[in-house]
Write a protein that binds this ligand. Structure first.
Ligand SMILES: O=P(O)(O)OC[C@H]1O[C@H](OP(=O)(O)OP(=O)(O)O)[C@H](O)[C@@H]1O
Ligand SMILES: O=c1cc[nH]c(=O)[nH]1
Length: 177
């Protein structure tokens, strides 16, 4: 299987810092904002963003939760693939908060659609934004767009974008396979 590198570790690092700065522009001290990483792969990304906000930009105590969307997917009952649920861990209410969903790739938009349904169990956010590392252009099935994106890429349908995180996969990189 051939693979092409879309982003190196250095490029991923630069983008993470830029995205953190863009978040600060809109959310200031995060006193009314929370981050929610979408399981399974958005959690590594969300952890990184939280760490950068706190360690590099002195934002204090950024609230971060993890949201599993497995049972909220619109293909849940279709039995097309084996579903494996992950943990939802949100130790705060999102009522009247600005929620920032964080995921590695935005493709059809169906995962984020499921996340919008799933988050309702935790209250009514005042606003929901979306931050993704990779935005696959021209591939949406739903009217969902990111508010913050690392890189927009044109990818043909039988190709897949794979995001590797150092803590899980041994390196930070983005590949096209
Ligand atoms: O916009 P979408 O089409 O929903 O795709 C985006 C989702 O795909 C990936 O997850 P995963 O590989 O778990 O999901 P997939 O099997 O749907 O590709 C990725 O981590 C996003 O969550
Ligand atoms: O290219 C893609 C499409 C959906 N999900 C991914 O992780 N990569």
């Amino acid at each position: 299987m051939s693979q092409k590198i879309l982003l190196t570790s250095t490029e991923v690092n630069i983008i993470l810092h830029r995205l953190a700065c863009q978040l600060i522009e809109n959310h200031l001290d995060f006193s009314n904002s929370v981050l929610v990483g979408i399981q399974p792969r958005g959690i590594f990304f969300a952890n990184r963003i939280k760490n950068i906000l706190e360690q590099n930009y002195q934002v204090k105590d950024v609230k971060l939760g993890f949201l599993d969307i497995t049972f909220f997917r619109d293909d849940f009952r279709r039995g097309e693939k084996q579903l494996e649920a992950n943990k939802t861990q949100i130790d705060f209410l999102v009522e009247d908060k600005k929620v920032v969903f964080i995921d590695d790739v935005l493709f059809t938009g169906r995962s984020i659609n499921a996340a919008l349904t799933a988050i309702q169990s935790f209250g009514r956010p005042s606003e929901v934004e979306l931050l993704v590392l990779i935005d696959r252009r021209f591939s949406r099935h739903l009217p969902i767009q990111p508010d913050y994106r690392g890189r927009q890429v044109d990818v043909i349908n039988n190709e897949k974008v794979i995001v590797s995180w150092n803590e899980k996969d041994g390196e930070d990189a983005v590949y096209l396979i």
